[in-house]
Design a protein around this ligand. Structure first.
Ligand SMILES: Cc1cc2nc3c(=O)[nH]c(=O)nc-3n(C[C@H](O)[C@H](O)[C@H](O)COP(=O)(O)OP(=O)(O)OC[C@H]3O[C@@H](n4cnc5c(N)ncnc54)[C@H](O)[C@@H]3O)c2cc1C
Length: 363
């Protein structure tokens, strides 16, 4: 997603772009993503919340630019909890986010029940203490979005090559001057490394260390079903949403927990967990179970920008890469083509990891 967005934005602004993808477009984490475009309650501190809000705004801009081909579902998101610690935490977080300008509204008790019945008529929420509806949020079919972005990049002259794995980099006077693939060599003025969880391996070919950590996540997809839910739904023990074509996607964790393999047995367990809230979700509708690897920097915040040690090597590796993709495409193209350093990206430079024992370069 990040590579496609950066390629589109660069090509649109007149750069000669070659996209090298080792498998096929969206083959990596992007095809295993929940793909919710959000700035909700885990997005803190304030600067990171603002970044995600900008991320949302740039999806709107991209939708307009791509004239109806890119379809984002702007139905918002709903989260709720029964009485307890999680309800307390949501109350505080919703208030803090409101103070930051997030369009979320929390309701309590009977009003919360009523809100859920109205917004989610097919959902049985169980006991509800608090519900928060966030109207600015959206969701996208990430695989379709990558296809649209690459198609438009090509209309602006970009070459898209796959399968074409980068196997080594050519260096000259401290700069990357070319990449090597089994199909041949490609010379470059600048190299963008947006290889998801393989970013460390590719950046290491130029001696640059990109610290990511392991963060898997399992999702299930159903066969197409009649309309069951509008907004992205964050129930206490499962989250789910429905694509325009009727497929329901569901998961149970947003990172940090132990994650089993993507077996069909485990998929059936997830399906049953989601069906507690969505009784019309038939077990037989389970179509796929996927285990994705979040592109998770060591401190969980994005890594974006030129590497100090290789001034023409640009790294883009981040979780919430769907939310941030449109913004990062615009931002990377601006930094690469205009030679400016965007203020709002200052907290997310690779060099923040350059502390004792953790060099940002390998050589
Ligand atoms: C379960 C789960 C749920 C998620 N939910 C959300 C969500 O709701 N909202 C959100 O914003 N984010 C979410 N994310 C995170 C988001 O999906 C990722 O941040 C995003 O997809 C990362 O995109 P990417 O382009 O960086 O990586 P990828 O999609 O992995 O793309 C990298 C590409 O590089 C290619 N590649 C690798 N090595 C090479 C090489 N040597 N040569 C050529 N090509 C190479 C790969 O084949 C791959 O296609 C979720 C992630 C997971 C796993």
């Amino acid at each position: 997603m990040l590579g496609a967005s950066i390629a589109y934005h660069l090509a649109r602004r007149g750069a000669r772009v070659t996209v090298l993808e080792k498998e096929r477009p969206a083959a990596g984490t992007t095809s295993r993503s929940f793909a919710w475009i959000n700035a909700t309650f885990s997005k803190e501190p304030r600067a990171y919340f603002d970044l995600n809000m900008q991320g949302i705004a740039h999806w709107h801009r991209l939708e307009e630019e791509l004239a109806g081909e890119l379809k984002v579902d702007w139905s918002g998101s709903v989260e709720w909890h029964p009485p307890g610690e999680a309800a307390e935490a949501l109350r505080k977080a919703a208030q803090r986010h409101q103070e930051w300008g997030h369009a979320s509204a929390a309701t309590e008790g009977a009003a919360a029940q009523q809100e859920l019945t109205q917004r989610l008529p097919h959902v049985t929420p169980g006991e509800v203490q608090i519900a928060a509806y966030s109207s600015q949020e959206g969701a996208v079919d990430a695989v379709q979005a990558v296809a649209v972005l690459l198609d438009h990049a090509q209309r602006f002259g970009a070459q898209v090559e796959f399968p074409s794995q980068v196997t080594s980099l050519q260096l000259d006077h401290g700069r990357v001057c070319g990449v090597v693939t089994p199909n041949g060599e490609v010379a470059c003025d600048a190299l963008v490394v947006a290889c998801g969880i393989d970013t460390p391996a590719v950046a290491a070919m130029a001696g640059v260390a990109v610290p990511l950590k392991d963060a898997p996540g399992v999702l299930i997809h159903s066969t197409p079903l009649p309309p069951l839910t509008g907004p992205v739904t964050l129930a206490p023990k499962a989250h789910f949403r429905q694509y325009a074509d009727g497929r329901v996607v569901a998961g149970v964790d947003f990172g940090g927990s132990e994650v089993p393999d993507a077996t069909f047995d485990y998929g059936r367990e997830l399906m049953a967990r989601a069906a507690e809230y969505l009784p019309a979700l038939p077990g037989a509708a389970l179509a796929t179970v996927s285990r994705g690897q979040r592109v998770m920097p060591l401190d969980e915040y994005p890594i974006v920008g030129f590497a100090a040690a290789r001034p023409n090597l640009y790294v883009a590796a981040m979780h919430s890469g769907i939310t941030l993709a449109a913004l990062m495409g615009h931002s990377a193209a601006t930094e690469i083509l205009e030679g400016v350093r965007l203020d709002y990206l200052a907290p997310y430079r690779l060099e923040r990891f350059q502390t004792a024992g953790q060099p940002a370069t390998l050589c």
